[in-house]
Write a protein that binds this ligand. Structure first.
Ligand SMILES: Nc1nc2c(c(=O)[nH]1)N[C@H]1C(S)=C(S)[C@@H](COP(=O)(O)O)O[C@H]1N2
Ligand SMILES: [Mo]
Length: 197
């Protein structure tokens, strides 16, 4: 009887103690939504530490390395001022509305001090990558699109983030056939490396 009471007491204490212990250990991460974009390289202080070869599996497989990075969830990206563009897309030859912050503003939000030699390496989940100079990101007004025709974009579609620009607006790009206009536009972009030169 006494033993049983002790056992029950211990169990009750255990179930009471466990949730607060678990909360204390997981609260900071569990309260955030998933990171959609990680920016590393020549950035400011960043908001996360080095690449973790255990937990950052996809980045590690894609040979990404960093000591610090700026991680954005959907809310952090959509909190930046958004612009809207309306390029003709190569998939259906029709104009579509794309909305999101300017790529240069995303970079600024990471504390990047860009020079005329700064280059951005845009990497997608399927391993596709494109290199865009900050000068071209400005010139062609690249955005990190979060919405296509008013809807967020699915992972498995063109999203959740698509680095894209309004090719129709620029005579040099509009002169190219549609399928050649979007080579610098990785859909499902999830990592940006800021390089100098
Ligand atoms: N993630 C990702 N983005 C990509 C590509 C790709 O293979 N993967 N292809 C690029 C190229 S070369 C072009 S021409 C356009 C269209 O390619 P797609 O038909 O593979 O989308 O998207 C660009 N963005
Ligand atoms: Mo292509």
């Amino acid at each position: 009887m006494n033993k049983r009471r002790q056992f029950l007491g211990a169990t009750a204490l255990g179930t009471l103690a466990m949730p607060s212990l678990v909360l204390a250990q997981t609260a900071p991460k569990a309260s955030r939504s998933p990171t959609l974009l990680t920016v590393s390289g020549r950035i400011g202080a960043g908001n996360r530490g080095p690449l973790d070869p255990v937990l950052d599996q996809m980045m590690a497989k894609q040979k990404i390395k960093f000591d610090k990075a700026q991680a954005f969830d959907f809310a952090a990206i959509t909190a930046l001022p958004a612009v809207t563009i309306r390029p003709t897309l190569e998939y259906d030859g029709k104009p579509h509305t794309l909305k999101g912050p300017l790529l240069v503003d995303v970079i600024k939000a990471c504390g990047v001090k860009a020079t005329d030699k700064t280059t951005l390496f845009l990497r997608a989940v399927d391993g596709y990558a494109a290199q865009v100079s900050v000068a071209d990101a400005h010139k062609y007004r690249f955005i990190v699109a979060t919405h296509l025709d008013g809807q967020p974009m699915a992972l498995g579609g063109l999203g959740p983030l698509w680095a894209v620009y309004e090719a129709d607006r620029f005579p040099d790009m509009a002169a190219k056939p549609l399928p050649a206009r979007f080579e610098s536009c990785p859909w499902a972009t999830y990592h940006i490396e800021v390089k100098e030169g």
